[in-house]
Design a protein around this ligand. Structure first.
Ligand SMILES: *Cc1c(COP(=O)(O)O)cnc(C)c1O
Length: 409
């Protein structure tokens, strides 16, 4: 008989086994479902499936066994070890074609014209543009403030009843600023607002927003969850199961941002090593931050593990470890930054993050190119800022590569 155990005391075992259902051929891994549609035995059965009276797949935009496995794995990890009202927390995840698709579903399922979103500086570039271009055109305004100041959160929520959703990203891209999930969500809940957290940089291994009263967690699974840079994907996780099964599922199906069998298969395999990879990403990042922080050509390091980081306290309160992401500025500014990037021999010059390889990018000319310079600088994204997703290579190779590239200046 195939294994059937469903709950585990360790996060790593959960990442490996949760969500897997043995199929009729007892394949060890769920095979890739490459079909677009599913067959009914009878008209009656088709009718029952559409009505939701019988479980079963109908059409691959709506779901496949590969999506279900990834969704149940992510739900198990985001709820791992969380007990609410003496019951293990139940979550529902909907897999998407990308992180942006998950964000689109979230926004369009929860907001209508006249509503407002409260968010903070220095969001993922695509999210910021989504707020500015798509939501703005639907007459959904975003209020952007420094939510690290809790008195600001209080006063905005008290004075602006049109705010429906509080949207957080912590740590935020690419300045690694952190906001206090617990403090903000408890104020938001008193005012009956919805709260969503983009947990892409942390993954549930480092941070579980559902420990606080948040309603939704978003992931770009493209990053650490997949972990190998082999597929684009996104996840929208929610705690209100009825709302997730009705309005959110409907919105997702109609917007059409579904994943596919191959990408979902790659995601499931990637998640199995999440715990081990995150441990290595994090221990390497700690050493890299220390190296850069002590280097004479480095003007500033943004890494929440450093006591000098303005959000150090919040980061260590809500994260298991300061994480794998950091950014820094060279004393020589933009020109020195370009020279440094061009001289890297092992670290990869690319946007994105969360792969086994160390990735280095230049936000001002790449990920945040679409954000006006004036806004960028207000958010701390200066022309000379360099962002690093520290990989799982051996730390001495990463540091040696940075060292030799810095010597080019
Ligand atoms: C990459 C990313 C996104 C967008 O995800 P895609 O999979 O590229 O659509 C959203 N938020 C954060 C924090 C990201 O890093």
């Amino acid at each position: 008989m195939p294994a059937t155990k469903k709950s585990f005391s360790g996060f790593g075992s959960t990442a490996i086994h949760a969500g897997h259902e043995t199929g009729e051929n007892y394949a060890h891994l769920t095979p890739i479902y490459a079909n677009s549609t599913y067959v009914f035995d009878t008209a009656e059965q088709g009718m029952k499936r559409f009505k939701g009276e019988e479980d079963g797949y109908i059409y691959s935009r709506w779901g496949t066994p590969n999506f279900t496995e990834a969704e149940n794995k992510i739900s198990a990890l985001e709820s791992f070890g969380i007990v609410k009202n003496n019951q293990p927390l139940q979550l529902k995840t909907i897999l998407h074609s990308s992180g942006m698709a998950a964000i689109s579903t979230l926004m369009l399922a929860t907001l209508k014209p006249g509503d407002k979103v409260l968010s903070h500086y220095s969001l993922y570039g695509g999210t910021q543009e989504f707020l500015n271009i798509i939501l703005d055109s639907l007459n959904i305004e975003s209020v952007i403030a420094d939510l690290r100041d809790i008195s600001v959160v209080k006063s905005i929520l008290e004075n602006d009843p049109a705010i429906k959703l509080v949207y957080l990203e912590t740590p935020a891209n690419p300045t690694i600023q952190c906001v206090d999930i617990e403090a903000i969500s408890s104020i938001a809940k008193q005012k009956n607002k919805l709260v969503a957290v983009d947990n892409t940089f942390c993954t549930p291994y480092l941070q579980q927003p559902f420990r606080s009263e948040v309603d939704f967690v978003i992931h770009s699974t493209t990053k650490f969850l997949n972990g190998h840079g082999s597929a684009i994907g996104g996840a929208l996780v929610g705690r209100d199961l009825d709302f997730m099964k009705t309005k959110v599922t409907k919105t997702h199906r109609l917007l059409g941002g579904n994943s596919n069998g191959f990408d979902a298969f790659l995601l499931v395999q990637g998640i199995k090593t999440l715990e081990l990879r995150m441990q290595r990403h994090c221990s390497n990042a700690f050493l890299v931050a220390d190296f850069l922080n002590n280097h004479p050509q480095v003007a500033k390091v943004n890494y929440p593990g450093l006591e000098s980081h303005p959000d150090h306290e919040v980061a260590i309160k809500q994260m298991k470890h300061p994480g794998p992401m950091l950014s820094f500025e060279l004393t020589g500014g933009l020109e020195a930054g370009k020279k440094f990037i061009d001289h890297l021999e092992m670290c990869v010059r690319a946007v994105s993050l969360g792969t086994c390889d160390t990735l280095i990018s230049h936000p001002a000319s790449m990920t945040h190119y679409g954000v006006p310079k004036e806004d960028r600088e207000k958010y701390g994204i200066t022309d000379g800022l360099i962002r690093m997703s520290v990989g799982i290579e051996n730390s001495e190779d990463i540091i040696n590569d940075l060292d030799q590239a810095l010597q080019s200046n």
